[in-house]
Design a protein around this ligand. Structure first.
Ligand code: CA
Length: 360
């Protein structure tokens, strides 16, 4: 009966706020049909799978009451236009990464990944149980959005290099494809940062137009074949230690939904969040072994001195962000408090165990 009340309300909203005609039509069909635009090509099957899983779980949980049509990047809007497309109500839902939108507000970075920030487990703890979701809600509400974690790659790889990185000086003049905040940090370290689309990286590396590139991790990197055109595979992905991807919903649409459907969206997103992390963790091990077995690539870790220097540049960047963004300045101390508390715990729990179970 609550459902029926909603249907009347949705009709009014659709007529008055010019939402997608889809919503008006489906109100009469007694089913919610939403369009979900995403930032992902279908070739990134695990990440795109986060969007597909959100849609599938949402349909399963609601016994088909909610149907979501998922669109890859470019099918309806460009990969970096998802935020605006859902904010405006052109599409009811989206699946993207908040840090693509740091140009709108640097505070967007917290909800995907900060270089040298939280890993996947810590990111989930912060969002679900540490106050992060309330901060994300505050930031998103200003753009008529609400979002929920719906995917995580786990810690990424540092990238593919054709030059050895032994000291901080080796970063100077290094030409590297590394977008986002990691790119800004590398730029401060003196690197020549390039931002080129995924499909063009292989040729750029092969021809020497770039010395290095980051992508995701063994499973996705193997698909693009970087092991055939780079000598060194560096860990860890300090720039993306546990990036969260999100299911976005237009806030007017979300607020017009009955509580059970709102909860279903949250739980479907949570299911997709866990599934993607599990998928990556299960796929990356065998992929890494295949890359090693194929030969021609040396697995390396960045020297501590290099990581420390990069973290220093990252902290400089965060001080600049706090100066330019009131929201970043507001979230930063709370985030730092959470980070330090959970690291105090993980030092003696996760780290103590892994130090023994995975010997050097
Ligand atoms: Ca990456």
């Amino acid at each position: 009966m609550q459902r029926r009340d909603f249907l009347k309300k949705a009709g009014v909203v659709a007529a008055s706020a010019s939402f997608s005609p889809l919503m008006f039509a489906n109100a009469q069909a007694a089913t919610y049909k939403f369009g979900m635009v995403t930032s992902w090509p279908t070739s990134l099957d695990t990440i795109y799978g986060g969007a597909l899983n959100t849609a599938k779980f949402l349909s399963d949980i609601t016994d088909g009451d909610v149907q979501v049509e998922v669109f890859p990047a470019g099918a309806q809007v460009g990969g970096l236009e998802v935020y605006d497309a859902v904010s405006s109500g052109a599409f009811e839902m989206g699946h993207t990464a908040s840090y693509y939108y740091v140009g709108k507000d640097p505070a967007q970075a917290f909800f995907t990944a900060l270089p040298f920030g939280l890993n996947a487990q810590e990111q989930n703890a912060w969002l679900y149980s540490g106050g992060g979701q309330a901060m994300w809600d505050e930031l998103n509400a200003a753009d008529n959005l609400i979002a929920f974690a719906a995917g995580n790659t786990g810690v990424q790889m540092g990238g593919w290099f054709n030059k050895e990185i032994n000291t901080v000086a080796d970063l100077q003049g290094l030409t590297m494809r590394i977008p986002g905040l990691g790119g800004q940090v590398m730029s401060k370290a003196g690197a020549n940062v390039q931002v080129i689309p995924g499909g063009e990286i292989y040729l750029a590396l092969e021809r020497g137009a770039i010395d290095a590139t980051e992508w995701v991790g063994p499973y996705d990197d193997e698909i693009l074949g970087f092991n055939k055109v780079a000598k060194y595979y560096y860990a860890p992905g300090w720039h993306e230690p546990g990036p969260t991807l999100g299911t976005y919903v237009n806030l007017d649409v979300y607020n017009s939904l009955p509580g059970d459907i709102q909860s279903a969206i949250q739980q479907a997103s949570k299911g997709a969040n866990m599934q993607m992390l599990a998928d990556y963790d299960a796929k990356n091990g065998p992929a890494l072994q295949r890359i090693i077995d194929a030969g021609g690539v040396e697995l390396r870790t960045f020297p501590t001195e290099v990581l420390s220097a990069l973290e220093g540049y990252a902290n400089t960047l965060y001080a600049e962000y706090a100066d330019s963004s009131p929201m970043f300045a507001k979230f930063w101390p709370e985030w730092v408090k959470f980070r330090d508390e959970i690291r105090g715990w993980h030092r003696i729990s996760e780290q103590a165990y892994l130090n023994y179970s995975i010997p050097q």
